[in-house]
Design a protein around this ligand. Sequence first.
Ligand code: UT7
Length: 338
Amino acid sequence: MIAARNGRPGRARLAALGAYVPERVVTNADMERHVDTSDEWIVTRTGIRERRYAAPEQATSDLAVLAAEDVLRNAGIDAAEIDVVIVPTCTPDHLFPSVSATTAHRVGARNAAAFDLQAACSGFIYGLAQATALVESGIARNVLVVGAEVFSKILDMSDRGTCILFGDAAAGALVTSGDPEATAGFLGFELGADGSQAMDICIPVGGTRIPASQPFAPDQAFLKMNGREVYKFATRVMEESIVRLLDRLELSIADVDLLVAHQANQRIIDHAVKRLGIDESRVFNNLERYGNTSAASIPLALTEARDAGALRPGALVLLVGFGAGLTWASCIVRYEPE
Ligand code: UT7
């Protein structure tokens, strides 16, 4: 429960991870059946080989609940101990109510406040920043952050420039209050937004600018993207954000044990890796199996990195993302789950 500040706040700690991906696998060969594309084009230009799609009856909160339960299981914590549930998402079940309130209710987090966070693919890192602030101000002790997206239901399946890129998933983390003197935890964040490019990724219809009550062309209710402009933005801000964050923390890229970047396009990640000079053995990607799962992509990659042994206790981890807004975010965390 969110309460008044009480005693000496602890230091925010990344205590556990968890994920859920829907069962249905959609390959590039499946994509070839409904748009003029090829496995070869998709793999060379994006690195994606397949993605997951939610079942027709599954909405975003259905994925978020399963991911949240996985985080709670891994954390060994009772849902009633959660103070806040944050769901970063840009594909909510409804404009409102929030996915987070539904998720909190369904996992039994009956003492939790809940809110959604709209920073698109940067949302998970924005959510970690919120969780850190809540914990380190003494307002909350246990904050669950679950990025959850069902992109398959907002894609124009006749637009080859977008439909091949995105997939559905949910994944998240538990941020808890740890030893105030500990060196583990969140070392710093660098968050930003540039609304001048707002319409470069958007869904034109369905909000208050063009309400669904007005006549509209059917394709306007789907995701629209100016891929080239977003690509240019991403390659610029990922590097700039990381350099600013490392400088502020007086760290160098050589101090980083693991880089997990937003899984949008392998070429964008490779560009950042090359520019920063980080060894590829210290970079974890799973884009080829899931495509871009927006707010779920970084926690999903982190969870799989943990399972693959690439994310080890004590590791200094660098996270970086970018997305609609346009937004960007980076974060450095010392991973000490125990
Ligand atoms: O989380 C943030 C989400 N957004 C992103 O991460 C998007 C960032 N942008 C990108 O990843 C890339 O811009 C794309 C993958 C979307 C596109 O790759 P590109 O190398 O920038 O291609 P392009 O848009 O410059 O298009 C090159 C050609 C075009 O044909 P013409 O005009 O040269 O004849 C496109 O029509 O590739 C064509 N094309 C395709 N061809 C086969 C575009 N999509 C496809 C496709 N299959 N799926």
